[in-house]
Ligand binder design. Sequence first.
Ligand code: SAH
Ligand code: SF4
Ligand code: F3S
Length: 493
Amino acid sequence: MTKETKSDKDYSIYFQPPSLKDAKKRGKEEIAVLYDFAIPEELKLFGAGKSYMIRTYGCQMNENDTETMKGLLEQMGYTETEDKEEADVILLNTCAIRENAEDKVFGELGHLKHLKTRNPGLVLGVCGCMSQEEAVVNRIMQKHAFVDLIFGTHNIHRLPILLRDASFSKESVVEVWSKEGDIIENLPRKRSGMKAWVNIMYGCDKFCTYCIVPYTRGKERSRRPQDVLAEVRDLARQGVQEITLLGQNVNAYGKDFDDINYLFGDLMDDIRKIDIPRIRFTTSHPRDFDDHLIEVLAKGGNLVEHIHLPVQSGSTEVLKLMSRKYTREQYLELVGKLKAAIPNVVMTTDIIVGFPNETEEQFEETLSLVREVGYDNAFTFIYSPRDGTPAAAMEDNVPMDVKKRRLQRLNDELMISARASNLKLKGEVVEVLVEGESKTNPDVLAGRTRTNKLVHFAGPKSLEGKMAFVRVTEANTWTLKGELVEEPLQLSV
Ligand code: SAH
Ligand code: SF4
Ligand code: F3S
């Protein structure tokens, strides 16, 4: 079923469909950090005169990987295009988190098929989290055989070689490593704009029972502090205004070091001394949020007062079935500590409704937790069973229409708390990092507060990429409107 490539390298052990079972095993072997990455000399002009397009689905981790793949492709001489009709390489960087994420990709593959018939030279590739799933790879091989290349999340650095192989091979090239690879430093990156992501760790060892990520991203492994700090300093020198530190579970940062005692709080304490106006992080797991980290965050400065702290459910019993490893009370205690330590902290979260057998009372506990915390925003989802995860084997007696109604009630509750929180800002002056013209009205600028709220205001285009100060004149549920003012002596947010 799996086809091999003409590659002369001995990577044959990897040319097999991925295995979720193998991906689950957490090996004891050391993860090496490799610093000597380089594009093979003979591939540096491989893409000259050709263009590529990458479609990115899913979370910031994928956005981040896309920037790396763009960097690799541009070092091979390819240029980026937005026009799929003219692209010589099209990559779909996919997400496996919920069924609808996967449906979108299969839909897109259907749309792209005709391009292959028109341009047989086109290399069409699928990468990202879906490639790590055996069922998906099998389905692509059987039903979408026109796909030329499938590679996983652990071997992105092999893209130049895989692309060469796919271009010359008549058969599909499949290279997915079920076990995570090493950490590869010094990969090229194509970044744009005044904001940047910095990956501080890869993988996840939490194994929440509903979640596919530990299988698609491998075990937790942290980048060395000096490598993260060097990257952040370099971004500061380039004038980047905002950095988001990335990991599936950033508070587990450093727990895998056995030669140094250096955790996420230590990293934040070092990063806050670097001259970048805003530092964010995502995502933090409530379980590993320690007091030292709270102490460091309370120092403020460029560490913004916005914490995304996924709760998933307000019911201790459901949390237990989800294997989140904290109770409702422990979560609320943590929120209490954060609110006490960080003035004006804004909390956002992720919530799943309709987990197998979630009762009405358990769902109402989620509603009451939402009221108690007073979130400013949340990503809310209907539970979607994922093949190979423990929850997929749980019997589920909550009908879909009940799940949908719960999602609606939850979203209504969140709108109330988001609106209440925004109303408090009316009349206040906020610091806004200006992103550019508003998508809906080119006469208006759009930007974000330190707490990541979207603000619209009239002002000169020259402010793009810079900080501005804006008095809030109108507060809506999800956005603020305001007017430009002089820098105030004291800021509200
Ligand atoms: N590492 C992050 C979450 C990454 S996935 C964390 O633990 O916070 C983003 C969100 O998708 C999760 O927080 C969860 O709310 C949701 N999610 C994950 N698996 C899901 C599933 N099987 N069904 C529905 N939502 C899911
Ligand atoms: Fe998934 Fe849980 Fe890991 Fe987040 S912490 S990525 S929800 S397993
Ligand atoms: Fe999706 Fe993979 Fe991110 S499953 S949410 S793209 S880690």
